[in-house]
Every structure is written in C-alpha cells, then in structure tokens.
Design a protein around this ligand. Structure first.
Ligand code: ZN
Length: 309
C-alpha cells in the first residue's frame, strides 16, 4: 500500500510560472565569498539536479540529494494521470510515497508537461519535502485492522482522512521552505470551494472538516476563506465549520521540530475529527521501519467501562 501525500488542485487555478517566483531560490546558488563566514540554513549543493527534464534549483537539488543519500537509492519520478478516469478536472497535482523496497517515488500530474518548468518544479519540490520527512524518520499513521466503523473497517473507509490530516501537519512543518522558494504561490493548495458549493444538500463529514482546516491554514486569502465559511453555513455544515477551525488552531499552534512531535498533534487532531480518543504505537512488522515508523492507530477503550466483550 502506498503512503500518499496529495497535492490538490485549486478550484480556481492561479496563474502559474509568474516571474516573481524565480527570485526566491536563486540566492541559494550564489557561492559564498572566500573568507566570509555565513550561516547555512539548508545544505547548499555544489551542483544542481534535474528531474523529469526540469532543472532544479540548488535548494531543491539539496532536498533530492538528502532523500537519495538517506534512502540509499535514486528517487523515481514520472508524469502520470493522477485522477480517476472521468474526474473531469485535474484534482491531484502530485503524489509521493516509498515503495516496499524503500525507493522514493514522485508522481506529477501529466498536465504539468504543459504548465512550464517552474510550476513542475514546485510540485516536485513539494513532494520531495514530504519524502524528506520520511527519510528523516517522520512517521505515517495507519488504522489498525480491528478498528471498525459503521461502514466497515476504518482502514478501508477512513484512511484517506488520516492521510489528509498527516499532510496538513507536514505542510506546517515545511511551510517555511515552501514560502522561501515561492512554491507556495505556484502550488496553490486551495481546493474545496467549488466542490463545497456543489455538495449543497449533503451532510458534512470529516472530509469537510479537513477541507475547512486546510483552507484556514493554507489559503492565505481571507476573502476566499470567508466565502468558504459562507458556503459551510449555507449548507448547514456547522459541525465541520467548528471542527475545522479547532483543527486549524491545533495545527497552527503545534511546535513540530522532530519526528516524535508529530504523534501528539496527530492525536489531538483525531480527537477533533472523530470525537473519540485514539492511541498510536509503532507497527513492529512494518517493512520500512528502519527508515520511518508506521504508527498503528487503535481505539482507546473507555477508562471506566465495566462491560467486557
Ligand atoms: Zn502535500
């Protein structure tokens, strides 16, 4: 099973490839003047790399170098059609995961062949930042098979919400890199506004909570967020509106500096999403546990229950 991070397409595509996006990453390629000390924030490689025919900036090349050095393998990258047939639009911009053999995979939606090198680099860079967290030992989370919902096993019907929650937390972890490179302007992660309008008349769920939290954390556009708030109210989605705000507050306030900082934030987020308490523990049989832990999510039994099954 692949561990996914998805980059969703905005409902309203912003102009891609704008010239201002070039500025942020150029300075990293400037060699330091001899004899001058300088503070190095990111490893500055002496060379630049290319992926999918796209020349990567020195900083992004450094991310690729680190991932490959830690995994001990070359990253595999490809353009692919990432949305289901008949989806009508390109909702998924990029995907990344590690194969069972520990190979990092970056997949970029094939629409980026025509969107220009800067936009493609932004998606490649974003996915490399997710892979870099794997290579640095940041965990992923998987429902333990015994956790059940009304609709079946949680791992079958709710796992995508868990993946989205982890993505939101990870985006917070590497938000400064996205800003510094200008990729946050190129990879607009807003989605859900048009979709939310079209879903009028349906009940809200964890997916709407996550979409609202994503908007509050990542849209960086107060007017659009207010518009989404109005759509939630018009749709009667008061629960996902309130929960989405709480979830965004939790993630915004989180101080994640090390792999072990993720699980506490994740569990607080899960308590908001499902109004239930969970615990996590490392999956001892996980094939890639030497690279990063896969944490199994278990339902916490009520502390004072006397019932026995
Ligand atoms: Zn992402």
């Amino acid at each position: 099973m692949g561990e996914y991070s998805s980059t969703k397409r905005p409902p309203r595509a912003k102009a891609l490839g704008a010239a201002f996006c070039l500025a942020a990453s150029l300075c990293a390629a400037v060699p330091p003047a001899p004899g001058l000390q300088r503070v190095v924030e990111a490893p500055a490689p002496r060379h630049t790399r290319a992926l999918l025919g796209v020349r990567l900036s020195a900083e992004v090349s450094g991310w690729l170098d680190e991932v490959e050095a830690k995994l001990g393998r070359e990253v595999y990258a490809e353009f692919a059609e990432l949305d289901e047939e008949g989806a009508g639009e390109d909702y998924t911009l990029g995907v990344s995961y590690l194969t069972g053999a520990g190979v990092g995979v970056v997949r970029v939606d094939e629409s980026f062949r025509a969107r220009g090198a800067k936009a493609a680099e932004a998606v490649i860079g974003h996915e490399l930042l997710h892979l870099r967290l794997r290579a640095r030992g940041y965990p992923l989370f998987l429902f333990s098979p015994e956790v059940m919902t009304m609709r079946g096993r949680a791992v079958d019907v709710e796992q995508s919400n868990v993946n989205d929650l982890v993505s939101l937390i990870e985006h917070r972890v590497f938000a400064s890199e996205m800003r510094r490179t200008g990729f946050d302007k190129l990879v607009d992660l807003t989605n859900g506004l048009g979709a939310a309008r079209r879903r009028r008349g349906t009940e809200d769920s964890q997916a709407e909570t996550l979409n609202y939290a994503r908007a509050a954390l990542e849209w960086d556009d107060a007017r659009l967020l207010e518009e989404l708030t109005r759509v939630h109210r018009a749709n009667g989605w008061s629960r996902s509106l309130a929960d989405g705000r709480r979830l965004a507050d939790i993630i915004r306030a989180a101080n994640v500096n090390a792999p072990g900082d993720i699980a506490p934030v994740f569990l607080r987020g899960m308590a908001v999403l499902y109004r239930a308490e969970f615990t996590v523990e490392p999956d001892r049989r996980f094939a890639l546990s030497k690279i990063y832990p896969q944490m199994l999510i278990r339902a916490r039994r009520p502390a004072r229950t006397r019932r026995r099954r």
